[in-house]
Design a protein around this ligand. Structure first.
Ligand code: AKG
Length: 236
């Protein structure tokens, strides 16, 4: 089945896009933001649960950072990441040739941190005139049911209900470097990390150029044009 058909049926799609070496580089970039938490830019928000390092709990993430908002502002390498052609090719297949950026952030789940966020659709918070947004979640760690896999309700982008029954939920099992492409109407949630292993996800939201935002937010690169007519805008 073609990517687009799968996406239209299930409301999500998983693709292995980043190599082991690329994931190692992304983790180094992430480590520079969180250890210690970077406070160099007023619109790059690094949310840490601890003011002092607790390396015995999570050596990769000693300050228990759980969210970073506006990651594309963190440096040129972070900005380049939102232009990744492999990601844009998939997004283009799902949304069409004219693509804008919406926002970028990271969700980290230090070991033993429970997930507070409930079932939701991204369009509920990122309100737009048309449901033409796709969220790309780049997994940097092995994800399984115990380490805080993202839980999705397949097909829920075509339904009105907002919570699945237990047997309708699928945990997204992914390897480091996998990318989950999620329709903005697909019901999903994070789950708790009950292991000793750290788990991080970089999250980039893309949208078609014709959907218009209804809830203004302070996303650093909201509405940045990325592709027109299927061609990327050059970054110099
Ligand atoms: O952390 C996850 O697994 C999912 C993140 C999520 O649901 C979101 O940021 O909207």
């Amino acid at each position: 089945m073609k990517d687009r058909d799968l996406f239209e049926r299930d409301g999500y799609l998983v693709a292995d896009l980043y190599s082991e070496a690329e994931v190692a580089r992304l983790k180094t970039m992430l480590s520079r933001l969180i250890d210690p938490p970077l406070r160099s830019h007023p619109r790059l928000h690094v949310h840490a649960a601890s003011g002092t390092p607790l390396p015995h709990l999570d050596p990769f993430n000693p300050y228990a950072v759980w969210k970073i908002v506006n990651t594309p502002l963190a440096g040129d390498d972070w900005y380049a990441l939102i232009h990744d052609e492999r990601v844009l090719d998939v997004v283009g297949e799902l949304l069409g040739p004219d693509i804008n950026f919406h926002m970028g952030f990271a969700r980290l789940r230090p070991s033993r941190l429970s997930a507070e966020e409930g079932w939701h659709r991204d369009l509920d918070t990122d309100r737009h005139t048309r449901p033409e947004l796709v969220t790309a979640l780049v997994y940097l760690d092995d994800m399984d049911a115990e380490s805080g896999a993202t839980l999705v309700w397949p097909g829920s982008h075509l339904r009105h209900e907002s919570e699945p029954a237990a047997d309708e939920v699928v945990p997204v099992r992914a390897r480091p470097g996998s990318v989950l492409f999620l329709h903005c109407l697909t019901v999903h949630r994070a789950s708790s990390n009950t292991t000793d292993r750290h788990r991080s996800i970089l999250i980039h939201e893309y949208k078609s150029a014709r959907t218009v935002e209804l809830t203004p937010n302070d996303a650093a690169f909201g509405d940045l044009p990325l592709r027109r007519g299927g061609r990327s805008r050059p970054v110099r």
